[in-house]
Design a protein around this ligand. Structure first.
Ligand code: MG
Length: 274
């Protein structure tokens, strides 16, 4: 089952895809829901990020070959960091490359969507009932700022740096999925999730001992080797077997330091003459 979130005739709905039709859901995707009989052609809706997470937990260096290409040792325990939910964009939306960075990279990743609250899961506890499904994620990173800063927050947190979608695939086994990233149609990353250093069940249990995982939270499980820069005008596709393709384009952020939806510029105030 593939769950989509979309806008249709000014309503925001969840729906299940059957052939080319999205059948709206009533109820909660985290609990019980009913699927309506009448569907809407997927070509006639605007797809949205499939979930609105309270938090996004990312894993760094979870593939050996990627650790090597970055010149880092293989971690002995998962390296976790947070990305703000304000960075989320959906399929087809534009990644904005900030003026302050000279190098913005794609990182294609498999992401987990949490179904029910998980706290301090036992070592061998089955994670099945805590996971709603899986989606594609692009952990967009201002690589130069990541190197410059002591930690990852600024480099990973610009608005639009968390493309997610196109759907939540509920019935996939995350242990052996082919994940590919294309830049302008050219293959740049291709790996199997079975090459993860820490597999999905381990990550869910591990993180649940640090913070309570809540319905809708996203865990992005790290990128394989082959990361690289994107430039304005580029198109990036993250494709995962059994889920689909998340496509986004890149533009230069022309708004300087002006936050979205706020007219107040953050430029330094002019000094008054005294
Ligand atoms: Mg990453």
């Amino acid at each position: 089952m593939k769950i989509y979130r979309f806008e249709h005739e000014r309503s925001i709905l969840y729906g299940v895809l059957k052939e080319d039709l999205l059948h709206p859901l009533s109820g909660s995707i985290f609990g019980t829901f009913r699927v309506e009989k009448r569907g809407v052609p997927i070509s006639r809706v605007r797809l949205l990020p499939p979930v609105k997470p309270g938090k996004i937990i990312c894993i760094g260096r979870n593939y050996r070959e990627h650790s090597r290409e970055m010149g880092n040792p293989v971690p002995e325990e998962p390296l976790i960091f947070l990305k703000p939910p304000s960075a989320i964009i959906g399929p087809g939306e534009t990644i904005l490359s900030p003026a302050v960075s000279q190098r913005v990279d794609y990182e294609g990743e498999l992401a987990v969507v949490i179904k029910r609250a998980a706290r301090r899961l036992a070592q061998h506890e089955d994670i099945g009932e805590f996971v709603l499904g899986y989606t594609c994620f692009n952990d967009v990173t201002a690589r130069d700022l990541q190197v410059k800063d002591v930690q990852f927050t600024r480099a990973k947190s610009f608005d639009t740096f968390a493309p997610v979608g196109p759907c939540i695939a509920a019935a996939v086994d995350p242990s052996r999925l082919r994940i590919k990233t294309f830049l302008n149609g050219k293959l740049r990353q291709s790996a199997s999730t079975r090459n993860m250093i820490f597999p999905v069940p381990y990550l869910v249990r591990y993180i649940s001992h640090v913070m309570t995982l809540c319905p809708g939270d996203i865990i992005s499980t790290g990128t394989p080797e082959g990361v690289g820069p994107m430039s304005p005008g580029d198109r990036v596709d993250v494709q995962i077997e059994g889920i689909g393709t998340l496509s986004n384009t890149v533009s230069k952020d022309e708004s300087e330091m002006e936050p979205r939806g706020d007219k107040t510029r953050l430029k330094p105030e002019k000094r008054r003459r005294t």
